[in-house]
Design a protein around this ligand. Structure first.
Ligand code: NAP
Ligand code: F7E
Length: 348
């Protein structure tokens, strides 16, 4: 089979890695995927790729870790990819406050290790490098945020990602490597990890749909995020590497909604209207019809420092990459709720 190109994806078992792999396989890429060894299965999102591995030999999994330099050098030396997509990360913001050193090791030094591997192997002219940067690097700055907005990271996760952002720019300038930062705002979907707030909510809605009365405990209901659909966003990673010149791009919808808006919309998908009562830690969300309390606050989910609102201005990407998101907030929530209802239905 004549493959167009070889792409190495770190974080292939994650939400974006798995969707990007599907996208690139359709473009006739050969995929090298780096996955971590774990004691329980972590390949639920990519199990279907084994068909590609067997049928057309287009998928090659390697064990690896962003904290393991020699392993990264060996995989790159052995596979000589045309493109590297660095999507692996300890990606949970709240968890980064509990594991700041590990987060910095994987999310900051991990990027440096990959770029150094490219230099050590003298592949600067051969490999294009995509870095999964994030809107979190803006912190609490003016809205909307674009490529010229000053950064003010407010978590170990964001600080680590900002280190990677500057490392990418430095290696681009110093060594002429085609390396770019995709500054992606929150993007969600049916494969989103269950501890991120959107999926946590849609899974709770699916449970309620089947009659489970468990209360959903949330943190800050007033935080606002610019939520897009992951399947719309992965294309931009590839587009950035197909440009004539390397550059960094903000990817966003331009609309921000609160956590409460997400809750309201998600329950609305199953015909439940939520009424909010009380304030602060005592605020509760109630099913208008049955008067049952469905949502309560647990301060465990608050962060020591919070990013209150993120809303992106992606005009540069819309102009230069000729990209725009296709999925509205309403469509995103509906699709996630429907998938969780279907999944839960299959398991009971
Ligand atoms: P995700 O679902 O949490 O996936 C993260 C991936 O990284 C998983 O495959 C995970 O492996 C892997 N990983 C974690 N630590 C690793 C290590 N030390 N070595 C090797 N692999 C490691 O994240 P995502 O939502 O797909 O996001 C993809 C990337 O974009 C991340 O870098 C994230 O920080 C960034 N980002 C995400 C968003 C968003 O809204 N989704 C927005 C901006 C930026 P396991 O499966 O074994 O855990
Ligand atoms: O929180 C609030 C929380 O954890 C969103 C990652 O992909 O996007 C993601 O980071 C908001 C925050 O995502 C709960 O305080 C309320 O304000 O879903 P999240 P995140 O922190 O925005 C960025 C762009 C990334 O780069 C990251 O990798 O929701 N919130 N209650 C809650 N959050 C969680 N997780 N759980 C709650 O119960």
């Amino acid at each position: 089979m004549g493959f167009k190109k070889t792409a190495l994806i770190t974080g292939i078992t994650g939400q974006d890695g798995s969707i990007l792999a599907d996208f690139l396989l359709q473009k006739n890429y050969k995929i090298i995927g780096i996955k971590r060894r774990s004691s329980s299965f972590n390949t639920e999102r990519i199990n279907h790729l084994y068909n590609s591995k067997i049928l057309n030999k287009s998928y090659f999994p390697f064990y690896g870790d962003l904290t393991d330099t020699t392993n990264l050098i060996r995989i790159i030396q052995q596979t000589k990819p045309h493109e590297i997509y660095n999507l692996a990360a300890q990606s949970h913001v709240r968890t980064s406050f509990e594991t700041p050193e590990y987060t910095a090791n994987a999310d900051a030094l991990g990027t440096l290790r990959l770029l150094e591997a490219i230099r050590i192997l003298k592949l600067e002219k051969k490999i294009k490098f995509y870095q999964a940067s994030t809107s979190e690097i803006f912190g609490n700055t003016k809205i909307p945020q674009n490529e010229r907005t000053p950064f003010a990271p407010t978590s170990p996760y964001a600080i680590s990602k900002l280190f990677s952002y500057w490392t990418v720019i430095n290696y681009r300038k110093a060594y002429n490597i085609f390396a770019v930062n995709g500054i992606l705002f929150n993007h969600e979907g049916e494969r989103r990890g269950a501890t991120f707030v959107t999926r946590k909510i849609t899974r709770a809605v699916a449970n309620y749909f089947y009659g489970n009365k468990q209360i959903l405990y949330l943190g800050n209901l007033n935080a606002r995020r610019d939520w897009g659909y992951a399947n719309d966003y992965v294309k931009t990673m590839w587009l950035m590497l197909q440009q004539k010149k390397p550059s960094d791009y903000v990817i966003s919808t331009g609309v921000s909604k609160s956590v409460k808006d997400f809750v309201n919309e998600a329950y609305n998908c199953i015909g439940v209207k939520i009424i909010w009562k009380g304030k602060g830690l005592g605020e509760v969300g109630i099913d208008q019809k049955t008067k049952k309390i469905l949502i309560k606050i647990d301060k465990y989910y608050f962060r020591p420092t919070e990013v209150h609102e993120l809303r992106g201005d992606s005009s540069k990407a819309r102009k230069e990459l000729k990209w725009k998101p296709k999925t509205s907030f309403k469509m995103l929530v509906k699709s996630m709720v429907e998938k969780d209802i279907q999944k839960l239905g299959n398991s009971i």
